[in-house]
Design a protein around this ligand. Structure first.
Ligand SMILES: *[C@@H]1O[C@H](CO)[C@@H](O)[C@H](O)[C@H]1NC(C)=O
Ligand SMILES: *[C@@H]1O[C@H](CO)[C@@H](O)[C@H](O)[C@H]1NC(C)=O
Ligand SMILES: *[C@@H]1O[C@H](CO)[C@@H](O)[C@H](O)[C@H]1NC(C)=O
Ligand SMILES: *[C@@H]1O[C@H](CO)[C@@H](O)[C@H](O)[C@H]1NC(C)=O
Ligand SMILES: *[C@@H]1O[C@H](CO)[C@@H](O)[C@H](O)[C@H]1NC(C)=O
Ligand SMILES: *[C@@H]1O[C@H](CO)[C@@H](O)[C@H](O)[C@H]1NC(C)=O
Ligand SMILES: *[C@@H]1O[C@H](CO)[C@@H](O)[C@H](O)[C@H]1NC(C)=O
Length: 401
């Protein structure tokens, strides 16, 4: 690719810097570890327009996939510390345009593959996207086109069965059907100032629902509200006159974190699956630039959505808003009218009793993993510049809030 010759080599580090060991119930001061510069591998890329770092495990081999504007790199522990450029033909099966021999597609989404495929990739051009599975010899397979709806490489996404879910900050949650290009659902227009951080599927009884975590700027333009929404995967949108092709099951609540310190700005969200639940680790910042991590669980969030009252006086009587139904296009107009006003719950989600508080640390990313019987939390102090992660080494003090 021409990028090879033109671009400067850019120093790059894909690893998170600070590591804290936390047992699943209680914080142990002594178990904290500090990561120094040693043991950190730096990688250099020929294309300095790297826009995504993605950790993908392929058949037990950990591979980091790094998606650039037009190129894809793979890094594996068994490989020399030089990233390997992967030849994915972004213009495969595109009609050849003799006036414009250069491929104008760019990578707009990159995910772990499902059903034995290596990766899932979308390439975009002029607001339209074409999404495909990438198979083990890097050729594209099973592609579908999304006209007028283009994912964004740095936004959360989910691929479940035929459905691709993705968010667009300032716009909302989209769902497109691989098999039926007319089956598209999107959010109604939101107030400005939305940043999506995570999309996840419910557990157990709620595995038919999808949850989005996002930071919302308060109307006053200064404060933030940490939000979670729930919607039914089988939502088909409303009637022709109300909420057609929009979510008819999307309900909202807020997350509370910290007593007295008012942690309201959601910075990043990580999840960890347990046997029958999912724990949600949310990195927050407050007005005084302190950082905190509050931990929630999905069973509690789903329970709240199905039991809390709505923060409204005109709740429909014959149908609980947000309940999944077989055909949402037949929902009565009072229900659709209620859903149009972004229904919120009266109760807020409370964190589990293991919040962590950090004084004056601008953590920007969180990752959580399990190592043996320990839960390992990784916090990054790096800042993002052109979505390049620049490492800084730091130690931190933490205590139970
Ligand atoms: C870098 O990528 C962004 C989008 O990811 C694109 O808008 C921009 O034109 C790219 N810059 C270069 C120099 O290729
Ligand atoms: C995993 O990596 C090892 C060592 O490089 C290699 O021999 C093996 O084929 C890889 N397995 C897969 C499934 O890629
Ligand atoms: C990649 O694998 C597929 C399926 O095994 C095959 O049809 C295709 O020809 C292969 N492509 C290349 C470039 O080897
Ligand atoms: C918090 O940090 C931001 C950016 O570094 C800075 O502009 C702001 O003044 C800080 N706020 C306080 C209360 O220290
Ligand atoms: C309920 O709605 C009112 C009016 O919009 C608002 O002031 C209040 O903060 C809301 N309460 C909760 C718990 O969201
Ligand atoms: C889920 O969170 C709630 C509220 O913090 C807590 O009471 C409950 O014990 C948690 N459940 C699990 C399985 O950890
Ligand atoms: C929650 O944390 C507080 C403060 O550390 C502690 O006093 C209390 O016993 C804890 N509660 C539970 C149920 O663990």
């Amino acid at each position: 690719m021409s990028a090879r010759a033109e671009m400067d080599w850019t120093s790059f580090c894909a690893l998170f810097i600070c590591v804290s060991y936390v047992s699943s119930t209680k914080l142990h001061e002594a178990a904290r570890v500090k990561v120094t510069n040693e043991g950190i591998t730096r990688f250099s890329f020929k294309d300095n327009n790297i826009s995504l770092v993605k950790l993908v495990s392929t058949s037990g081999n950990k591979t980091i996939w790094v998606g650039g504007h037009k190129v894809l790199y793979s890094i594996s522990p068994t490989q020399a510390p030089e990233p390997c450029q992967v030849e994915v033909d972004l213009c495969q099966d595109e009609s050849k345009d003799s006036d414009n021999p250069h491929c104008l597609n760019r990578i707009s989404l990159l995910r772990e593959g499902v059903d034995g495929n290596l990766l899932f990739i979308c390439r975009s051009r002029d607001g339209n996207a074409r999404c495909c599975n990438v198979i083990s010899n890097y050729s594209l397979n099973d592609c579908f086109t999304s006209e007028h709806y283009e994912p964004d490489i740095n936004e959360p996404s989910l691929l479940i069965g035929n459905m691709l879910y993705f968010t667009k900050s300032e716009k909302g949650l989209y769902r497109i059907n691989k098999e039926d290009r007319n089956d598209i659902i999107w959010s109604q227009t939101f107030p400005e100032g939305l940043t999506y951080l995570k999309l996840i599927v419910g557990k157990g009884l709620h595995k038919d629902k999808v949850y989005s975590f996002f930071a919302e700027k308060h109307r006053d333009g200064e404060h933030w509200i940490p939000r979670v929404s729930q919607s039914c995967m089988n939502d088909r949108g409303g009637s022709k006159s109300l909420l057609q092709s929009s979510w008819t099951s999307m309900i909202f609540t807020s997350l509370s974190c910290g007593r007295g310190y008012e942690f309201t700005q959601m910075i990043d969200v990580a999840t960890l699956d347990t046997d029958d639940d999912t724990k949600i680790y949310v990195l927050f910042r407050n007005y005084w630039n302190m950082s905190a991590v509050c931990v929630y669980n999905m069973s509690e969030i789903s329970k709240l959505f199905s039991s809390s009252e709505f923060n409204s006086t005109d709740v429909p009587k014959n149908h609980r808003p947000g309940t999944c139904v077989e055909d949402s296009t037949r929902l009565p107009s009072d229900v659709l009218g209620f859903m149009k006003n972004r229904p919120e719950m009266k109760d807020w989600v409370k964190p589990e009793n293991i919040s962590l508080l950090f004084r004056h640390r601008h953590y920007t990313h969180i990752q959580v993993d399990r190592v043996g019987d320990q839960t390992v939390m990784l916090l990054s102090l790096g800042y993002l510049e052109s979505v390049l992660q620049v490492p800084q080494v730091h130690r931190f003090n933490s205590f139970v809030a």
